[in-house]
Ligand binder design. Sequence first.
Ligand code: GUN
Length: 294
Amino acid sequence: MTKVIDGKAFAAKVRAEVATHVAALKEKGIVPGLAVVLVGEDPASKVYVKNKHASTVEVGMNSYEHRLDAGTSEADLLALIDRLNGDAAVHGILVQLPLPGHLNSELVINRIDPAKDVDGFHISNVGLLGTGQKSMVPCTPLGCLMMLRDHHGSLAGLNAVVVGRSNIVGKPMAQLLLGDSCTVTIAHSRTKDLEAVCRGADILVAAVGRPEMITGAFVKPGATVIDVGINRIERDGKGKIVGDVHYESAAAVAGAITPVPGGVGPMTIACLLANTLTACCRSNGLAEPKGLTA
Ligand code: GUN
């Protein structure tokens, strides 16, 4: 029987653990705080930011929302980040991407204090992760890693194939799997015989952004399939969300699989809260919460 990995339930468990740690910190007079910066009116970004705020408050943290209009200058945005970097009540800073075209995302992200970079996108954190040092880890790959560790126990020696080479998911995912002693392949749109490469995977992570591209023909019998995709498509005249994996055909071959929706998606915000907690503990010289970091 194929196991369906329930990311919604797993994320609820992670949030409950975070909430327990937050309650303990409050006993010491410490309240973790997350600042989220949204520039402009992108509808999807607005939904993400609203959900992040609600989840942050739900686990007992302080949420600081900064909504700036689409024409905000780079200087003003950088000045806000400088202010948040210097604010002791703020332990985590997230600048919602994508930014409007006139703003340089790399410059903005790299202005965030790396210790407060709960997205793990700052070049220092990228370098620390790549060299196996303690860092802030991007939320989506961290969520995938947590689910994989929960399902497999040790990942050592397993063949992992990550399809997709983005800075946000593919590359950090590969680093994390390497850190857990997997044999890692990063595949992408130019990979030759992608199906055969994927069929060598004990762990197959799909992060390509192409709806239902990874069918059962890409899956080794018994493999674990992690679907990072969130694609809005039209089917039978209705809007529908599907992953990068063709669920029915892949589930028929896989040993375990994450559904879309209800798989990786809910873990991303749960891991953002976990990262904010980790940043808060580190900045206060306290032990990091176990099981909530890489
Ligand atoms: N936009 C879409 N996903 C993300 C994310 O994980 N972090 C940020 N900052 N922006 C995003």
